[in-house]
Design a protein around this ligand. Structure first.
Ligand code: GLC
Ligand code: MG
Length: 722
């Protein structure tokens, strides 16, 4: 971690949903909920810390008339040191998270452009949910920076629940794309140095379902809550308008309130609560039951799940004849929620969460902060919260009698009620404020990052690509290597400009032999390795393959049909199997017998086969996908990392370098080039050096003043303002 005096730079990634700095549209759709709120509040809380210099929250950019134009703004400041950065990713319109998978590579690539504008690598990346996890893994390995992950919810757990509900496996897969999600989760659990969970149960029961379960790199830090919104009723407080709404239902509206607040979801178990209340005479004589269960217009028109729950509630109210004692308002807004807790606290009431399972229980913390004691299901979240806040009782959600009794007890011991109320407020502040969260967060991240790394990121070194201004891409054989003295002179020259200039190689060799020959010649690991004649790209020093490039060049590639079509042609012999690559088919050529490259091209086209035919050294023939070549690989790298083409020097000696040498990059042909490159003579931006091998490269560097050592524009660092 380089804190180097400039303060921490933290990159948060949360891809889906609608995220902005104000008026969050929570509950607008399934993707805009708790996680959206969490990441915005985390970003703000981190930015408040003095040791943090900058927090960027990366999310998807959405340009869609169906949603607010706020979500199309590329950069939105949300606090003095925090921004929401909206990254283009696939189609412009708003898409649900299940269909975003094909566009996540584009998200990662576009995120690199953002880092180039910032001009600095983050100290760590923190991804939220599986989709951002996928992006985070790509970015972390490309950049060589650590990854922190928060799952928010997990695919394996979701699948288990849906199967329990009796849904068919195929239906689940079609609707939720769970296989892809779980695969991404496995990958992120494998790569992340630290996983942050909200509860112990999440770690022990949910993450434990994964193959890559590493509990030693998981910590439980409950999310913070916004304490400026949740606080106890103050003296002289007036009952808010929502009170009138409740009073319509209640004969004595000022009685202590038993408040339940949840979606009308079966798992929330509200009917059992109505039963508990209905059956307990003491409770009925003392209190009112207030059920705030989402918003509705017409129960008949709702989806089956909530319709059944609400219908059951209404029938139970009727069965127990609870008229005048139960309020169940049709509507409430997000601003009413803190008011409801305060109203209930003011009435000396109690908050109840009777859910069948409760891994977390944010509402319990909100109630605690509002000075409202709680009665809640004995499960992961409530257990942690009540243990820390000492503000209520735990119950068995299936035992209606015990639930009624617990509620009654909670309301009748006045002294204890006051103790609980106070303890809840104090506990919420001590354990569940965002500032408490961030204090622990920063401590845990720093502790973990200091540990010797065991996993795949072990050897990770930070990439220079996002911050270097220039890139030298050289062919290897007969160009970079061949003359020891020249190579050493070149390497020394580059070393003097380390950090400003990145090194790339572009070669016909495959990766292993590339790495081997570079090692033999003592060339430090390049930042970019374009191998197999431009059909593969890797980024050093971790040799991360560019999967996006593979997908890009796959277009029209039919290797089997190609091999068959080539079979009858004279003078061609397949190179050994290790030279055949997924996107490269290579032959040795006997030029006296073989058809010319142009004739081969024509023969293949007649069979509707479209390839790039590359002929070099009068001896080799490579068939590549139409989109693949050393040149297109260089351009792909330039776009991905935001390096202007006229800041890239390319050097080669033979036919497979030809395409790379053309165009607006700064081209250099070494003196010892082979005949097929002669036709480039006289072209703009192609310099024919006298010197052989790396002497030619050095000559080219001089020619273009590539390192900016002479006065003038070429040497000016080019960086956009952040
Ligand atoms: C390298 C490769 C070979 C290829 C040649 C020309 O020698 O090993 O497969 O045909 O470059 O590109
Ligand atoms: Mg060569």
């Amino acid at each position: 971690m380089s804190d180097g005096g400039e303060g921490l730079y933290i990159l948060l990634v949360s891809v889906h949903g609608l995220i902005r700095g104000h008026n969050l549209e929570l509950g607008r759709d399934a993707d805009t909920g708790g996680q959206v709120k969490y990441v915005v509040e985390l970003a703000r809380a981190l930015a408040e810390r003095p040791e943090v210099a900058r927090v960027d929250l990366l999310t998807r950019r959405v340009e869609d008339p169906k949603v607010d134009p706020d979500y199309a703004v590329p950069l939105e400041p949300i606090a003095p040191k925090a921004h929401i950065v909206r990254i283009p990713c696939g189609p412009r319109r708003y898409l649900r998270k299940e269909v975003l998978w094909p566009y996540l590579d584009a998200f990662a690539d576009n995120a690199l452009q953002h880092l180039r504008r910032v001009g600095r690598l983050p100290d760590w990346i923190h991804s939220h949910y599986a989709d951002a996890g996928y992006v985070g893994v790509r970015l972390a390995s490309l950049l060589g920076v650590p990854l922190v992950h928060t799952g928010h919810s997990l695919g394996r757990e979701k699948r288990r629940r849906l199967l329990d509900q009796g849904l068919r496996a195929e239906t689940i897969e079609r609707q939720y794309n769970l296989t892809q999600r779980i695969e991404a989760e496995e990958m992120v659990l494998d790569v992340a140095q630290l996983v942050i969970a909200s509860t112990t149960q999440e770690v022990e029961q949910q993450y434990a379902l994964y193959d890559n379960y590493h509990p030693d790199s998981m910590v439980v830090i409950p999310p913070g809550i916004d304490l400026s919104r949740f606080y106890p009723p103050r003296r002289g407080w007036f009952r808010p308008p929502i009170f009138q709404e409740l009073a319509r239902f209640l004969r004595e509206p000022k009685r202590p309130m038993v408040l339940a607040l949840s979606r009308p979801d079966e798992r929330k178990n509200i009917p059992t609560l109505v039963r508990a209340f209905g059956e307990h005479q003491g409770l009925r004589a003392l209190a009112n039951l207030v059920l705030v269960a989402g918003n509705r217009d017409d129960i008949q028109a709702m989806e089956r799940g909530p319709r059944q729950v609400l219908t059951e509630i209404l029938l139970l109210i009727d069965r127990y004849d609870l008229y005048g004692q139960v309020a169940y308002p049709k509507h409430h807004g997000p601003h009413d929620v803190p008011l409801l807790y305060r109203l209930a606290a003011k009435s000396k009431g109690v908050f109840v969460n009777p859910a069948l399972t409760e891994p977390f229980g944010l509402t319990l913390i909100e109630a605690a902060a509002s000075g409202l004691p709680v009665v809640a299901t004995e499960d992961g979240g409530p257990r942690d919260i009540v243990a820390l806040c000492k503000n209520g009782l735990l119950i068995d959600p299936l035992d209606a009698d015990a639930m009624g009794e617990a509620l009654y007890e909670a309301l009748t011991d006045q002294a204890r009620w006051r103790r609980w109320s106070k303890a809840g407020v104090a506990g919420a502040h001590r354990h569940f404020s965002w500032s408490a969260h961030v204090t622990r967060y920063l401590r845990e991240v720093r502790k973990l990052l200091k540990r010797p790394r065991r996993r795949r990121m072990a050897a990770a070194a930070r990439s220079r690509l996002p911050t270097s201004e220039r890139l030298l891409v050289s062919d290897i054989d007969n160009t970079l290597i061949g003359d020891r003295e020249a190579l050493d002179a070149l390497l020394a020259r580059l070393k003097a400009h380390e950090g400003r200039v990145s090194l790339g190689v572009a070669t016909g060799r495959r990766l292993e032999s590339t790495v081997q020959v570079l090692r033999e010649w003592g060339v430090p690991m390049p930042d970019v390795l374009i191998t197999a004649v431009g059909s593969e790209i890797y980024y050093g020093p971790n040799l991360v393959p560019d999967l996006g490039y593979q997908r890009h060049i796959d277009y029209r590639w039919r290797p089997q049909a190609l091999l068959e079509a080539m079979e009858g042609l004279p003078g061609l012999q397949l190179q050994p199997p290790e030279e055949q690559r997924p996107y490269k088919i290579s032959y040795f050529v006997d030029v006296s017998r073989a058809p010319s490259p142009r004739e081969i091209q024509r023969t293949l086209r007649q069979r509707d086969l479209h390839v790039n035919v590359v002929f070099s050294h009068n001896a080799f023939l490579d068939l590549l996908p139409v989109r693949a070549s050393k040149g297109s690989a260089v351009r792909y790298v330039a776009v991905k990392w935001g390096i202007p083409l006229d800041h890239i020097l390319v050097v080669g000696d033979s036919g497979n370098d030809e395409e790379m040498l053309s165009g607006i990059t700064l081209g250099v042909v070494v003196g010892n080039h082979s005949a097929e490159l002669e036709r480039l003579r006289g072209r703009e931006r192609i310099y024919f050096a006298q010197g052989h091998h790396a002497w030619g490269i050095l000559e080219g560097i001089e020619h273009y003043d590539f390192l900016g050592e002479r006065a003038g524009a070429a040497g000016e660092p080019r960086r956009e303002a952040s």
